[in-house]
Design a protein around this ligand. Structure first.
Ligand code: DX5
Ligand code: ZN
Length: 217
């Protein structure tokens, strides 16, 4: 199988102190950072874009930035994000009518390619793209906000993918924490995005260690 990686989402962190918040998570032993980009169109919320990534990049040398692009026209931001120093670009199947072209552009820009589907989207839409992707991201909340309740009904999608693709990197994103990590592990997820559960943890190191241990067990 695949090794477990923990990628905290900083959406609910103190964004006025983003570099320090990221440093704290890296020092606590996370494997990468999951940066949520929202445009107010694809999702009813607004966060930040490539200018912030450009400033963050030099402060976190060597840290893997996954951009979770909850935006319409994801093709538009590939170059700017690559120039800003992003390492992986995860766009939404629902946001483009040409996923293959989006993936090609992401790779051409030198980033890893991820594709995400929302809770209502059937998992088989991913099948034609899996062998072109570095990872898939199964949303376990309706995107737009941190701190929402985990949607267990999305676990069969993870199981379907794990049964079909033994070595595919499968991420889960939304409401993932100590109380929901077990079912993510049982379903076969290996990329664990956790936001509020980690941000509000009073021992981030322990929380990351515990979640990783459950997924790797
Ligand atoms: C939601 C974001 C998630 C979210 C995760 O649209 O894509 O990454 O911030 O945060 P929690 O773990 O609090 O749901
Ligand atoms: Zn996300």
């Amino acid at each position: 199988g695949c090794t477990c990686s923990i990628g905290p989402s900083i959406l609910n962190a103190d964004l006025s102190n983003l570099a320090a918040e990221c440093e704290e998570l890296v020092n606590a032993g996370c494997d990468y950072l999951h940066l949520d980009v929202m445009d107010g169109s694809f999702v009813p919320n607004l966060t930040f874009g490539h200018p912030v990534v450009k400033c963050l990049r030099p402060k976190l040398p060597g840290v893997f930035f996954e951009m979770h692009m909850m935006v319409v026209e994801p093709e538009k931001w590939i170059e700017p994000m690559a120039d800003a120093g992003a390492n992986m670009y995860t766009f939404h199947y629902e946001a483009t009518d040409d996923p293959k072209e989006c993936i090609r552009k992401i790779r051409e820009a030198g980033m890893k390619a991820g594709m995400s589907i929302n809770p209502p989207t059937q998992v088989d839409v991913l099948v034609p793209y899996v062998d072109l992707l570095d990872c898939v991201l199964i949303m376990t909340v309706h995107p737009g906000f941190g701190g929402q309740k985990f949607i267990s009904d999305c676990m069969p999608k993870v199981e379907f993918l794990r049964n079909k693709y033994k070595s595919l990197d499968i991420g889960v994103d939304g409401g993932v924490g100590p109380n929901t990590i077990q079912e993510c592990a049982d379903a076969g997820a290996n990329l664990i995005v956790s936001g509020s559960a980690l941000i509000r943890s009073n021992n981030k190191k322990q929380s990351i260690h515990d979640m990783r241990a459950i997924v790797n067990s």
